[in-house]
Design a protein around this ligand. Structure first.
Ligand code: TXE
Length: 480
């Protein structure tokens, strides 16, 4: 098939580098190859790092107007090619076409946002306590940044890391998840064709333990920004410290609570739970996987949500009638189904879904547990699929305690009509993102993104806060 099949190559120092070809399959139709990609090896990764090292000083010295123009052009191209890229993303990752369109647009807007961020103040001036001294804090680029991304947002996550990295004068080696190399490959083409000098942006595709590991262990890399599982994140941290004590930033998911109080508008509560728990097949780090529901509304909420969940149509992401696409991979599907078994064994009750959808493809029926307790594995471990559990509580105090009783701390939501309950939740919920009468998922590109506990390590991503990772403050004293 090689030759006629769409394929994507690695990008090193402005050159497209081939390697052993691997195929990526459509999770909705496992027999269908979406594209092939060239596997990078350690040498390719090393060459990419060296190219990024060489290119960095020149890129940092480019006039701001030139960097702005390039970032703006990348954003404009993504937006112009939205439809085509959305179809590719939907076929590769399984996201509904409408969600995929939203993701491409988000990626395009992110590049444009960071282009314009370059015109914002980049430092601070302080009064000195000494006479005839000028005190200021300037920013310099971090240097060479390794970017390691997961499969669940194949364009948006690389965009929200690559764009601020380039804007702040860093050069980049991107290592995307193997499952979504076509999306990453298209992004690389766009970045290369938008005028980035050779070596400023490099793409290496392949296994984390091979090419990813090279980014972690190379002392020519100054920092690593990672999104993925908690186990891998801990490994990234250890390796970064052991190899040059390089800066690292980790985003590692969540076990996000959505609290529903007795005074909630039932319709709003069901809408928030449905969207937060099941849309994007539950494959979001901000998904609501614990629904913490007060006793008086519990039965009405469960009945309405179970009906809504059972009515969700699972199907091909390109079919506009589908509400839910496939699970990304056979391994992830097996893991999800395993958790359904674990939940049943622990004593939780399945009131909707619970099984593999009969269609060909990696489909799973959205699954809702009731009678869950916060000590159960299904309430503590990130499943990363269309599975959520309802935990009954008596009052707001208990709801806040249960919501906070987790290793994670990314996002937490509450549905209530009480202003004081909402204010208390915003004050007391232990999470980096708090929502009121909205799903726990759904963030905006100009606001900080990140959590506490096992969800996160290092500075926040996105918005102006991204600067804290991608640049280094330099305190300057000038006597005159
Ligand atoms: O993640 P991995 P996977 C969670 C979710 C999911 C689980 C596993 O619970 O079920 O993680 O998913 C690269 N050195 N999230 O296997 O392995 C890897 O190639 C350097 C949460 O996809 O953590 C990929 O590019 N890199 C999440 C990236 O790390 C390594 C999103 C993430 O892969 C490496 C996705 C190594 N030794 C999954 N090993 C979220 N936070 O949103 C792997 N990688």
């Amino acid at each position: 098939m090689t030759g006629t099949m769409p394929h994507h190559l690695n990008l090193v120092d402005g050159e497209w580098v081939d390697g052993e070809r691997r195929a990526n399959h459509n999770p909705a139709r496992p027999g269908e190859v979406v594209s092939e990609y060239a596997l990078a090896d350690r040498n390719t990764a090393r060459a990419a790092i060296e190219a990024a090292r060489r290119a960095q000083p020149g890129w940092a010295r480019q006039p701001v107007a030139a960097r702005m123009e390039i970032l703006d052009r990348i954003g404009a191209t993504l937006l112009r090619r939205t439809e085509e890229l959305a179809v590719l993303l939907a076929r590769e990752e399984g996201k509904l076409l409408a969600e995929a369109r939203g993701e491409v647009v988000r990626a395009g807007q992110t590049f444009r946002y960071y282009a314009h961020q370059l015109l914002q103040p980049q430092g601070e001036v302080y009064s000195s306590t000494r006479p005839n001294v000028h005190a200021e804090v300037r920013r310099r680029p971090l240097g060479v940044v390794g970017i390691i991304t997961p499969w669940n947002y194949p364009l948006a996550i690389p965009a929200w890391k690559v764009a601020p990295a380039l804007a702040h004068g860093n050069t980049v080696v991107l290592k995307p998840a193997e499952l979504v190399t076509a999306s990453a490959g298209e992004l690389a083409r766009i970045v290369a064709e938008s005028g980035t000098p050779p070596g400023v942006f490099n793409l290496v595709m392949g296994a984390g333990r091979v090419v990813g590991e090279e980014l972690l262990t190379s002392t020519a890399v100054d920092g690593v920004s990672f999104t993925g599982g908690t186990g891998t994140g801990a490994h990234v941290a250890r390796q970064c410290i052991a190899h040059g004590n390089k800066r690292f930033q980790l985003e590692m998911g969540g076990k996000n609570p959505l609290v529903v109080l007795d005074d909630a508008d039932l319709e709003v509560a069901v809408r928030c739970a449905l969207d937060g728990s099941f849309f994007s097949t539950g494959q979001r780090c901000t998904a609501s996987s614990r629904l913490i529901v007060q006793a008086n509304i519990h039965d009405r909420f469960v009945a309405a949500l179970a009906t809504a969940v059972s009515a969700l149509r699972v199907g091909d992401p390109l079919d506009p009638r589908s509400d839910l696409g496939p699970v990304v991979s056979p391994e992830q599907l097996a893991q999800n189904l395993d958790y359904v078994r674990i939940g049943r064994d622990e004593g939780a009750t399945v009131v909707a879904g619970g099984e593999h959808h009969p269609d060909e493809g990696q489909f799973m029926r959205p699954t809702l547990f009731t009678d869950a307790r916060n000590t159960m594995r299904v309430a503590r471990e990130e499943i990363f699929g269309p599975v959520s559990c309802v935990i009954r509580v008596n009052d707001l105090d208990e709801a806040i305690d249960v919501a906070g009783d987790t290793d994670f701390g990314l996002s937490a939501g509450i549905v209530t009509t009480s202003l004081s309950a909402a204010e208390r939740f915003k004050r007391d919920a232990s999470a980096g993102i708090v929502t009121v009468n909205l799903p726990t998922a759904g963030t905006e590109l100009h606001l900080p993104f990140g959590g506490t506990g096992a969800s996160n390590h290092g500075p926040r991503e996105q918005g102006g806060y991204a600067r804290d990772f991608y640049s280094v403050p330099v305190t300057c004293y000038t006597g005159w």
